[in-house]
Design a protein. Structure first.
Length: 296
């Protein structure tokens, strides 16, 4: 493949990715705007922004098809806008505002794809074929990221993982649990675990009430794990807990209150259970990151 052919291929591939990505974004955003529940808390300003940007994605793809120079400018502008919004919602998520981790991940994907498109076109306009091939590979990887981000375990990787946690002969056994340890006194451990059990009870009672269509019991179960349930935590205990642990906990309590309001406002059972699934993702994230140990 000659340098000219490679440059043309990069431009065409970038155009196609931009147009297809834009169409998918428009369709996904329009469905949610028309009432489809995506299964997580929707930050409406972000939803509107992304849907409008979907139109600009298509326009930028058409522009890139016609002119590499103008297409590069359009891709750079879109990347910059997406990056600024990504920073904004990441800060909001860290602050515990109503932004789901799904939204942050989706915005990260959009930003990465447009960075790949911009770099591929920019490099194509001023670098030799060898680097152009690298840009082409980067663009294809960025496109593939929208389809999957999971890596399957192979026998080799499983064997490496097993070797990583196996101690050398005669050495004390290694602890394979690499989660952050929360070192607490016995009473502190009891209080934190008790709060978790309250949430687990809320999950059980909420699902059981949803199965029999009892919305009053659904609201009661959700409210039991709301913000009010976290107000009795000893301030001295709060100082011993990491900021991320506290953020996840308060975000989960707030989400329970929001779920109770949704049920009261007439959300369908499917919508309520979808919101419960989002709440449980917070629980999973917390347990994946932290463990509790009793201080000596």
């Amino acid at each position: 493949m000659t340098s000219t052919q490679l440059q043309s291929t990069v431009r065409v591939l970038g155009s196609v990715v931009a147009i297809v990505f834009g169409i998918v974004t428009i369709l996904a955003g329009s469905r949610v705007l028309l009432g489809t529940d995506p299964g997580y808390v929707v930050f409406r300003p972000l939803l509107i922004f992304n849907t409008v940007m979907g139109v600009l994605y298509v326009a930028a793809g058409v522009t890139l098809w016609r002119s590499a120079r103008r297409g590069k400018q359009a891709a750079g502008t879109i990347f910059t806008l997406n990056l600024l919004v990504l920073i904004g919602i990441a800060i909001a998520y860290r602050a515990g505002d109503a932004v789901a981790i799904d939204s942050v991940q989706a915005m990260t994907l959009r930003t990465a794809v447009w960075l790949a498109i911009f770099l591929s076109v920019a490099w194509r306009m001023r670098v030799p074929a060898a680097i152009g091939r690298t840009a082409l590979v980067a663009l294809m990887v960025g496109s593939a990221a929208s389809c999957t981000n999971k890596q399957e375990a192979t026998p080799a990787t499983m064997e490496q993982s097993a070797q990583a946690v196996m101690p050398a002969h005669g050495s004390p056994p290694l602890d394979p649990d690499e989660r952050t340890a929360l070192i607490l006194p016995a009473m502190g451990r009891h209080l934190v675990l008790s709060e978790m059990r309250v949430m687990l009870t809320s999950v059980q009672e909420f699902v059981a009430a949803a199965a029999r269509g009892d919305t009053a019991a659904m609201r009661t179960a959700a409210t039991a794990s709301g913000v009010a349930a976290a107000r009795d935590l000893d301030p001295a205990m709060q100082q011993r807990l990491p900021a991320e642990f506290l953020r996840l906990g308060m975000s989960t309590h707030t989400a329970w209150d929001s779920l109770a309001l949704d049920v009261a406002s007439g959300s369908t059972t499917n919508q309520a259970l979808a919101r419960l699934g989002v709440i449980m993702s917070n629980c999973v994230a917390c347990h994946e990151q932290f463990r509790i140990a009793i201080e000596p």
